[in-house]
Design a protein. Structure first.
Length: 86
C-alpha cells in the first residue's frame, strides 16, 4: 500500500513540476541518499546542486516555486525510503 501511495504522490508531483526539473531532483536525491550525511546536510547539498544548474534547466528550476521544489525533494526521499524497505 505504501508503494502505491508514494508512486501516486510522485505522479501528482509530476503534474505540478516540470518533468526535467523533477528528473533532476530525483537524480540529486538519489545521489545524496546513499551518503553518510545527516538529512539536513543532504537537503542542503541537493539545494546547492539545484541552484548551481545553468541553462534551460537552471532557468526552469529558478522559475519553480520553492514550495514545489521542496515538495518534490521530500517526495523523492519518501519514494526512496519506501522502495528500500522491500
Amino acid at each position: 500500500m505504501k508503494k502505491f501511495i508514494t508512486s501516486s504522490l510522485m505522479s501528482l508531483i509530476g503534474m505540478l513540476v516540470n518533468s526535467d526539473v523533477l528528473d533532476a531532483i530525483k537524480k540529486l536525491v538519489r545521489i545524496q541518499f546513499i551518503t553518510d550525511k545527516s538529512g539536513a546536510e543532504k537537503k542542503a547539498a541537493v539545494d546547492a546542486a539545484l541552484n548551481n544548474l545553468t541553462g534551460e534547466l537552471g532557468d526552469a528550476i529558478q522559475e519553480t516555486s520553492g514550495f514545489l521544489v521542496n515538495l518534490a525533494i521530500e517526495g523523492a526521499v519518501t519514494y526512496l525510503l519506501v522502495r528500500e524497505k522491500k
